[in-house]
Design a binder for this molecule. Structure first.
Ligand SMILES: *Cc1c(COP(=O)(O)O)cnc(C)c1O
Length: 512
């Protein structure tokens, strides 16, 4: 397989120190010779960080380049065709500036290749710190990252090199993590209802650990993958979660005995129990009650002759932007001791499927630009529209309600899942004229207005629900959103031909 060192499009600030490191670690011709428009960037401190904690030889530096795409465009729906990797040693702010300095608002140089597309900054260092925090607060529980939350290949490879397992829900996800260096033993196929051809794929690739929650699935598994190691997903209370999952998956306690009977009759291999308390869980005790239920199912299984050896406590762990209420620390303080008390035998392996915990919080920052606007002194156009959409009337009556912005991402892209999840967006100004405001507030005296924000596609549903205020901005100004990695890019489509945003990676982790 073609391995590639860190590469970066149109970048040229490689320090001599790093160039030397690059040479020391690279046996082939320097990449800059292999790819005309690609320059090698400095090694990230990721390398030392990973190698120190890594149990295998995968390092983020040796990223398999599946194609020679140098422009870093990523299409997750077809992730085997385009993957390229960018890791900066620099801070997020420097990476952002570097990207945006290429587009000057006043540029009269008409260049169609200028990259004005929205982009993410992904901080692998944050993933690393979250991993270490997990290890210290829940040492017995092995995290299996839920790929669906953000299928960023570079992040997945980074996590794989830390020794992380993966929760996959489709053939494509399994394929992706296998290609990125994960071990089949470190994958759980945690989709209780599986497409038969995907099950065949799992069988052919020895991904044997999988969940189920109904009888029909058992017959399907018996036919396609009779040696699979089954994990019974049970229904638990998830009413206090932003996104409950119990309406779709999980066997209620009332049918457990019947399922056990069927498993026994079919001669299948039941190894454990799993649950999911729902994503964005805000109930400290949800995990406690779920573990109690799991214990009950372990006991029932024993009466059918099954000594279960795996407890999977699922996902639902909050990211580090949640600092009050149900923080990860609080959940860990309940979950860890509960598991130890109810499952004292170390013969029971305990795993979890966190998604949001890793890629939410400060891991990803999303940057997007203003590509058009409509300023009308009389609000007629806007009023008519808002009335037809039955938006709040008070807003219409505000005197200064006159700004309409069009941005380069929207409902059919990165914003779809956040909009459907009714996430409160905290839009911040990134660059206004040519002044950067990343991490800073605007001048307090700057007047702010309620505004309408449209996405770039031709569809009128392509609107960002936003209740906040923005200053007067112009075409070429940029905005950003922090804590925007969980369930964002994962839901982006390419409607109207818009590409999914690329991800520029930085690594802020320093080994203490
Ligand atoms: C979505 C999902 C997860 C991840 O949930 P988070 O709330 O992001 O931690 C884990 N397991 C399963 C089965 C899921 O469907």
């Amino acid at each position: 397989m073609q391995f590639i060192k860190i590469l970066l499009n149109n970048l040229h600030f490689v320090s001599s120190k790093n160039t030397q490191k690059q040479k020391d670690n690279h046996h082939d011709a320097p990449l800059s010779q292999q790819y005309d428009d690609v320059k090698i960037l400095s090694y990230s401190n990721a390398k030392t960080a990973i190698n120190k904690h890594s149990t295998n030889n995968n390092s983020i530096i040796d990223v398999p380049l599946l194609t020679r795409t140098a422009n870093c465009d990523r299409d997750n729906s077809n992730n085997s065709s385009t993957t390229s990797t960018v890791v900066f040693d620099n801070s997020a702010e420097e990476a952002i500036r570097h990207q945006l300095d290429k587009i000057t608002p006043s540029s009269d140089n008409y260049d169609t290749t200028v990259d004005e597309n929205p982009f993410f900054i992904g901080d692998l260092g944050h993933l690393h710190r979250q991993y270490l925090k997990w290890k210290s607060l829940l040492p017995r529980i092995e995290p299996f990252y839920a790929v669906k939350c953000n299928p960023d290949s570079v992040a997945i490879q980074y996590l794989a090199s830390l020794g992380m397992g993966f929760d996959c829900a489709s053939k494509m996800e399994i394929q992706q993590v296998l290609e990125l260096g994960a071990d089949p033993d470190q994958i759980i196929y945690a989709q209780p209802v599986k497409q038969p051809s995907f099950l065949r794929y799992a069988s052919q690739n020895n991904v044997s650990l999988m969940t189920f929650d109904n009888e029909d699935e058992l017959y399907k598994i018996k036919e396609i993958y009779p040696n699979a190691k089954l994990v019974l997903r049970i229904l638990v209370d998830d009413f206090d979660s932003a996104i409950p999952l119990g309406c779709k998956y999980g066997a209620p306690l009332g049918i457990i005995d019947r399922l056990l009977q069927t498993i026994k009759g079919l001669g299948l291999d039941l190894v454990g129990v799993s649950f999911h308390v729902g994503s964005g869980c805000s109930n400290d005790n949800a995990f406690y009650h779920a573990v109690v239920r799991a214990r009950h199912v372990f006991d029932r299984a024993e009466t059918f002759g099954y000594q279960l050896s795996l407890l999977d406590v699922g996902g639902g762990f909050n990211d580090s932007s949640v600092v009050e209420g149900t923080t990860f620390e609080k959940v860990a303080a309940v979950l860890g001791p509960t598991v130890d008390e109810l499952f004292p035998s170390k013969d029971v392996r305990v795993i979890a499927e966190p998604g949001r915990y890793f890629v939410g919080g400060p891991a990803y920052t999303f940057c997007f630009g203003i590509i058009g606007r409509r300023v009308e002194e009389s609000n007629d156009h806007q009023k008519a529209y808002d009335y037809s959409l039955s938006l709040k009337q008070e807003k219409n009556d505000q005197e200064n309600y006159k700004l309409t912005y069009y941005i380069n991402d929207g409902f059919y892209g990165t914003f779809q899942m956040p909009i459907l999840d009714q996430l409160n967006l905290n839009l911040r100004v990134l660059r206004k004229k040519d002044i950067y405001f990343y991490g800073r507030e605007l001048d307090n005296n700057e007047k702010k207005y309620p505004c309408t924000i449209w996405g770039p596609t031709c569809c009128s549903l392509d609107r960002i629900q936003y209740d906040g205020y923005l200053p007067e901005l112009h075409v070429g100004d940029w905005l950003y959103l922090e804590n925007f990695g969980a369930y964002t890019i994962a839901g982006a489509s390419t409607f109207n031909g818009y590409e999914k945003p690329k991800i520029i990676h930085v690594n802020s982790y320093y080994d203490p």
